[in-house]
Ligand binder design. Structure first.
Ligand SMILES: [Zn+2]
Length: 521
């Protein structure tokens, strides 16, 4: 079951009062205080905090039928005794949805807890499945964000942070200002163009906007408040960390440090590699990475796996007691077998986020195989754009990266997963399927896995090249599209028969799915 732990405004005030009495630092807002309360090492402290919880979704169900609609799931959770937001509503039309969102917005300040929007969800589970998700974002739920909260303050200075790709990210340092109960002291400026677009000068009065949880932004300069003391800002032409030349790629807004071994980039790359979603190495945060780089222990991500040979050097560092050191070395060792998709994501190839890394891992069995791919191979991956394909190709062509990939293998990084072996010669090789609607005897994930294991590809959209469209219950627009494009469809019994035949192999004709389909009515 999924839900959210929160701290009511009243509870927040009480906690801060106690913090003040004990001479401890105050929490900036209820969200921080709730997170801080959960993070306590002593569960007794957590238990003593006035935390509350709302369930909002069934996570997964075993040995029971899932409710067919979100609203049913909520009623079920309520019947089981879980606390729910008392103000959830079932809306039948978009007008009702709008009205409900406005209703929330009006009473926002009257609630005993802070909200920055409302979540609108598709009710029918079948339609939710149909809509699916992109990366980790479901397409059947969307946040209705309330208007941003703004504040006015002065820009003190601009500092440059060099990212893992070498991008120079300008960051604005502001005189601290309270916006919606949060102290804002920094804002992102994105890039050089943004600074120019805003006509931003050091010392300017600016309007700062905070939208939800994103980093605050400067949206406007109050030019009428200038008194002549403001100074021009000049974007650096050399890397503030290593002094190398800065280059701006034609057509891109970002400037990049051109030094491949720039320590600032290296630190960011290592932190990304070790971070969540990538190799997920516990205890290896940005600070520790910086410490190791500065001590000359890490020159690239593969060096992490050689750290065990430098245990004495690690122990000589600050805050690296024996226990810390050994825990960290164990965590690094354990990351050697992370799935291929996470390793690819961890390499930090430009334009390759978690989703694209997953697509690559679904197509190639290993980094070595990926590196042998031609540009045409990459462009042919469904869902891959030309820019992404080019970026991956360029990465793989670079000798430095090839050396890194060889080094990763040499130090024992053996990702699990990647494309299952030899699907291209299965009995359904070359056939493409699209699944839509709900199946009774197997989930869509199971159906996909079985089809892929037989060499078929499973795509998200129906095209003229689709061989079969599997149509389950409550099927939506994909079934209509299949009819419009005159693509053969399979109902559930036909799909099961096809799978059974193909998995059984052997029998004459079984390997030819062309004979199996039952035309849809
Ligand atoms: Zn640099």
């Amino acid at each position: 079951m999924r839900g959210e732990v929160f701290l009511p405004r009243s509870g927040f005030a009480a906690i801060n009062e106690k913090q003040a009495e004990a001479g401890k630092p105050l929490y900036a807002n209820p969200r921080n205080a709730a997170a801080g309360s959960l993070r306590q090492l002593d569960p007794g402290i957590t238990a003593a905090r006035p935390l509350r919880f709302f369930a909002y979704q069934v996570g997964s169900i075993e040995r029971a039928l899932a409710p067919r609609a979100h609203w049913d799931a909520l009623r079920w959770l309520k019947a089981l005794g879980f606390p729910l937001s008392p103000d959830s509503a079932l809306c039948a039309t978009l007008d009702e949805v709008w009205e409900r969102c406005r209703w929330w917005q009006e009473r926002r300040d009257a609630l005993d807890f802070e909200i920055d929007g409302a979540v609108v969800k598709v009710n029918q589970t079948g339609l939710q499945e149909e809509l699916g998700q992109v990366a980790r974002e479901p397409r059947w739920a969307i946040a209705f964000k309330f208007p941003a909260v703004q504040g006015v303050t002065r820009l003190d200075r601009i500092e440059i942070n060099v990212g893992r790709t070498g991008a120079l990210n300008p960051l604005a340092f502001l005189d601290p200002v309270q916006i919606g109960g949060v102290t804002v002291g920094r804002a992102t400026l994105h890039n050089e163009d943004q600074i120019r677009r805003l006509d931003l000068k050091l010392g300017d009065w600016v309007v700062v906007e905070r939208r939800g949880d994103v980093i605050p932004q400067i949206v406007k300069v109050l030019a009428e408040r200038r008194d002549g003391s403001e100074r021009e800002y000049h974007f650096p032409t050399s890397c503030p960390t290593c002094g190398s030349t800065v280059e701006r790629v034609a057509g891109e807004a970002m400037s990049y440090c051109t030094n491949a071994s720039c320590p600032a980039q290296l630190k960011e790359r290592l932190a990304h590699f070790a971070g969540r979603g990538a190799m997920d190495i516990e205890g290896l945060g940005a600070e520790r990475v910086a410490q190791f780089v500065d001590a000359g222990l890490l020159g690239d991500v593969a060096d992490l796996y050689l750290l065990h040979e430098r245990r004495d050097a690690l122990l000589a560092l600050e805050r690296m007691a024996e226990k810390n050191t050994d825990n960290l070395l164990r965590a690094i060792e354990a990351s050697k077998g992370r799935p291929l998709a996470r390793l690819i994501f961890g390499l930090g190839i430009r334009h390759v986020g978690e989703r694209n890394a997953g697509l690559l891992a679904g197509r190639f069995a290993s980094l070595e195989e990926l590196c042998r791919a031609s540009l045409e191979d990459l462009v042919a991956i469904p869902g891959f754009g030309a820019i992404v394909a080019q970026s991956v190709y360029d990465f793989c062509q670079e000798g430095r990266n090839q050396a890194l990939i060889a080094k990763l293998a040499a130090v024992g990084v053996r990702p699990e997963g990647g494309r299952p072996p030899a699907p291209t010669d299965g009995p359904l090789a070359g056939k493409s399927f699209v699944l839509t609607g709900r199946l009774d005897s197997l989930t869509r994930g199971e159906a996909t896995a079985r089809l892929q294991a037989l060499g078929a590809t499973v795509a998200a959209t129906v095209t003229k090249k689709t061989d079969y469209v599997v149509v389950g219950e409550d099927a939506g627009s994909k079934a209509e599209r299949a009819a419009a494009l005159k693509r053969p469809t399979l109902d559930e019994p036909a799909l099961l028969a096809l799978l059974a035949e193909a998995e059984g192999g052997g029998t004459p004709g079984a390997a030819s799915p062309d004979e199996a389909p039952v035309p849809a009515s």
